[in-house]
Design a protein around this ligand. Structure first.
Ligand code: PLP
Length: 235
């Protein structure tokens, strides 16, 4: 079995230079995350505010070498706790949530926070994110949504994130990634003020190759670097 270091370095070497790895760290120990940071990891995703808080505390100074991404659903009552911890919130899926965050940024001692809008491209009830099915014509809806987020002074839109349905065969994910890329490109072309469509975050352990082929420049692998989670709550 390969170590975390070997796995991280293998994947980094294998993907194009313009692709950022955000390591999905859920259920991992500080020792495991620490090894990944030593191996070169500079971006870590956490699903839960409390887990992230404990992790950052245990990592001490080493935590400052990393950009921390909130990749899980953010509840309103966790926003105040999340803001000082995270550099990026990747799960904006309602104007209300965006406003709730915007209102609290200054109190958390920050000027602004980077955000991604999350799309639930597979229209799955089990997942969060904006569903195309619920907002047709979706391309139009997304543009208007982003324009509204862009008016919030303390949020900096950096891109889009999607999970997409999980298949055994990653080829099945391809059409979902393709559509997300089209939406991404369309918004990017509009050059909306205060919006920097810099990152398209899609692709996990089993699908990152297909995701990169379809235009992802920010992947979120977990298992393929850390090994299987003992209690896997992801779907
Ligand atoms: C768990 C998780 C991942 C990583 O999944 P793997 O299959 O372990 O690569 C990526 N993104 C999010 C939002 C996750 O919750």
């Amino acid at each position: 079995m390969m170590s975390i270091t070997e796995n991280y370095q293998k994947i980094s070497a294998e993907i194009p230079d313009y692709v950022t790895i955000v390591l999905a760290g859920k259920t991992k120990t500080p020792e495991e995350i620490s090894e990944a940071i030593d191996a070169g990891a500079t971006n870590i995703g956490e699903n839960y505010v409390q887990e992230a808080e404990a992790m950052i505390k245990k990592l001490g100074d080493k935590a400052h070498r990393v950009r921390w991404h909130m990749i899980g659903h953010l509840q309103k009552n966790k926003i105040n706790k999340a803001l000082p911890i995270f550099d990026v919130i990747k799960t904006i899926d309602s104007l209300k949530k965006a406003k709730d965050i915007d209102k609290r940024v200054e109190k958390a001692g920050k000027k602004s926070i980077s955000v991604f809008v999350e799309i639930n491209i597979g229209n799955e009830d089990s997942k969060s994110g904006l569903m195309p099915e619920a907002h047709e014509p979706f391309e139009e809806y997304m543009e208007q949504f982003i324009r509204q987020i862009a008016t919030l002074k303390h949020l900096k839109v950096e891109g889009l994130m999607t999970m997409g349905p999980r298949f055994g065969n990653p080829e099945k994910s391809r059409p979902f990634f393709k559509r997300t890329k089209q939406i991404f490109d369309r918004i990017k072309e509009k050059n909306i003020q205060n919006v920097e469509m810099k990152y398209l975050s899609m692709g996990m352990s089993n699908s990152y190759k297909v995701a990169i082929e379809e235009g992802s420049n920010m992947i979120r692998p977990g298992t393929i670097i850390f090994g299987k989670r003992s209690c896997d709550t992801s779907s």
